[in-house]
Design a protein around this ligand. Sequence first.
Ligand code: GLN
Length: 574
Amino acid sequence: MNYVRKSKVKYIFITGGVASSLGKGIAASSVGLLLKSRGLNVIMQKLDPYINVDPGTMNPFQHGEVFVLDDGSETDLDLGHYERFIDINLSAVNNVTSGQVYKNVIDRERSGDYLGATVQVIPHITNEIKSRIRKVADIQKNVDVVITEIGGTVGDIESQPFLEAIRQMRIEEERGNVLFIHLTLVPYLEAAGELKTKPTQHSVKALREIGIQPDILICRSPKPLTKGIKNKIGLFCNVVPEAVIEDLDCETIYEVPLLFHQEMLDNLIVHYMNLWCKDLDLSDWRKIVNKIKHPSESVKIAISGKYIQLKDAYKSIMESFIHAGVENDAKVELVWVSSEDVKKNGADRYFSEIDGLLIPGGFGERGIEGKIEAIEYVRENNIPFFGICLGMQCAVIEFARNVCGLDGANSSEFEPKTPHPVIHLMESQKKTSIKGATMRLGAYPCILRAETRSISAYMEREISERHRHRYEFNNDYRKTLKSKGLVFAGLSPDDELVEIIELKKHPWFVGVQFHPELKSRPNKAHPLFRDFVKSALEHKHSRFAKGKISKPNENVISDGLKESTTNIENDKSI
Ligand code: GLN
């Protein structure tokens, strides 16, 4: 058994039961933040049971956002929560999928590593899983605690090897070095007027059948758990009532660590695992939560994209607006507008009463013309604009068509025969036919030009941002677009790649080829999001001064969403 390593590292495993979408990622991140705030060196990891090697080839409707790390790995959106809560930069080892595990074992079998053996789920697959869990602790010095979240829900066929692997770890590691936390749902039945514990009992029973006795239960619930309920859950699930932690629905996800602390979850973990650490100081975090819950004013910003029916596709963008709101002491109200509806009904109907427009990243042709129309509207009406990746590319197309008179200008992604491919396939992409992990991915440096909105936001000449794209600005058009007022505010160090465009004669018009939303943190809003929200607030104030502010036309927005008829299931473009 040479893979067993008795170490000082402690392992916390977080499983989920009863239903999906209970907020396992947030619960795991909150545990991470509490332990980090007690002075421990914490690292987070997610195990995803699907067979894809990574989520990069999945449609956002299947999976939500793909979170790209500095090293270019395409990962689960929960890694975004980990980075934001713990304020760390993660890497490929922090997200493991069944696809990666099986691929590695099969490759090793082909190369003869297991000669003579029958390769099986136990022990070969489970050994591979365990070695990847232990490997996380090796990438950083002095890791105290590894927190590993197991994707899916207990009872799923595909997550069984992961659960079996963590069961084995409990025996292999020293006593007290492995802790199991199980997240369940305690629903409230209106008709009975009661909270119900049976789903939790069944979920824990399923776990115990495979040899895992949870140490702590985190119970998501719409109402507070009474002492009686905690006692009952404790009795039937074989845990002490103090280890039944209430996880109430709350106003903001950033409040969850505070609620867990109130329930003494960190004390319990520290006690169970015999962790030596300092007392907790959550005062900075508390300030952030306070700002989120009690902003001085609000501002309306529209997001126009093609995946707006599934908000998870834009998770990091939504979080970045919360962070930018904190720094501007304002609540950012997001107004979701389907770009296809803009095409159908005209931009004026959707954008006349908003104070900023963000066009996010995306793939494929659907909805593009609506985005271009939306950008034309905000450019002409001096409404702040922020374009991210595809959003920046659309801004270039709009400018080329409507300001430079380049009729039919387009991206060759949407119109291969366009007379003016102002956006075209990157040279490095021309040779790739394989789809997985072949985009321009991860962190690249970018040099900012003087006297731009970008440099005044970042206050640095060289920045680093994360990318995920195949197309880029076509340098054949640099001269023409520049002569008409497009500013190339950020370029790659060799001047070859346009990374940021701006417009001078506009209150705030910025398009970026990268994904700034991936680097925003609650305690450090991304500078571009921060300044975009600031300029949206200025726009709102100037509208107010001109007496143009009226009651927002909510119906128009929901109308727009209802009218969206696209068949999203069959959309193969990611
Ligand atoms: N589809 C565009 C490209 O590949 C934009 C990608 C994105 O927005 N992430 O370049």
